[in-house]
Design a binder for this molecule. Sequence first.
Ligand code: ADP
Ligand code: MG
Length: 475
Amino acid sequence: MCYFIITMEKDSIWKQVLDKIRIKVSPQTYETWFAETKLLNLDKGVGEIGCKNRYIAHALEERYYNLLRSCLGDILKREVDLSFKVKPELAVQKKPSEFKGGKNEVPMLIPSAGFVDVDFSDKLKRCCLNQKYTFENFVVGSSNRLAHAAALAVSENPGRAYNPLFIYGGVGLGKTHLLQAIGNKALTLNPQLHVLYINTEQLLNELYEGIRKQTMKEFREKYRKLDIFLLDDVQFISGKEALQEEFFNTFNTLYNAGKQMVITSDRPPGEISRLEERVRSRLAGGLVADITMPDFEMRVAILQKKLENETVALPEAVIMVIAECVKYNIRELEGALNTILMYVKTTGKMVTVEEARRLLQRSRRDLRKVISPGDILNIVSEYFGVSVEDIKGKKRTADIAFARQVAMYILREFLNLPLIKIASVVRRQDHTTVLHAIRKIENSVRRDSTLRSKIDEIRTLILQKSEKGNVSVFY
Ligand code: ADP
Ligand code: MG
């Protein structure tokens, strides 16, 4: 065994380990965490792994320790332990083209700058499609894999793959992007198709216009001749009886003719309130796919993808700071990236990690101007059906205590309030109670996916409220 270690070079051992890992994880994960690592030492049964920065060292230790350990153990044919060391010189300057993550390396089919097909662009406009939303620039990860695969299948085989395809998920997670990408791709493959993208609120306006101007016949014809009907944000149909009636009839006509419908919503069909049962069952009658929050790796991959089209490159550590600061909304992630790029472009200086963090924190302070601790208590209280008085009160029944702990956690996460301040908001005696509550929820969030999605939903409610105040939310 000893003979084995001596004769095998560290580099060649590491190459074999990386080859093993490469087939076990996604290309994105590999590129983000493993590509720039090195086996520095192999002494007394401990493999010392060099990483280009502390984020990577930390992530490898937290998340990939067992994987690395078992792969290295397999190659060495014995048990090993691992340690991690930061070695900045391991960073290789990548060319932008190397950053293409996942399966998105299909060449652009849509005529783009330099090769503008005027008729085609016109056609896209008439279909209300925006060429900037394509499958090629959509990053795929565990949070959207099913929705992406289904959307791609539908664009290649409209009416035959899944019908309807219903995609739901929180604000800024890529629903509109996918819906538009379906239209763009389907039209590229077959420019004869009748495709239409419309938001449900716009559809409602058209319907009211149709009723007012007595042009309902045209309204109906317009929708019933479509091959692909892309309806965004269908949750706005809630309580709109006339629209539900029209939708139901249009749906049946299109469905019976084998035409494709793709519908998005911020919640699953079962949770849209004031919806006729027959409409609900139509919405849920095909494939229902959700999009959830992107994980850290995917956020990094999205930032790298966006940077491919930029003239400015950012250091890897800054990209990681952005991905760390903005967790729940890809639109906000783009906003944070733009904040940093703007700084680099206007100052002509490269941004440091500390500056990036400061710039992004400033945006978080802006949030406090539109969302008050009271707003957060109201949202949490409404969500759990527990009164604000009870959250601030002394009762300790399980549901009240839980809502109170979640409120403290969100006050910290969202507004980054000091513990003392949180204690005074929820009328607790001292900040250790607050700290205890926050820790407890943090731990549960890691283990319990139901709690995670509840917190995601509360975040979405807060985001919706903050959007009314027109502020960016990085947190
Ligand atoms: P939603 O409709 O779910 O609120 P959008 O589709 O408008 O969200 O997405 C918000 C922004 O984030 C858009 O600019 C979109 O291009 C971008 N985006 C969302 N998901 C992805 C992804 N997986 N890869 C790249 N960009 C994405
Ligand atoms: Mg949208």
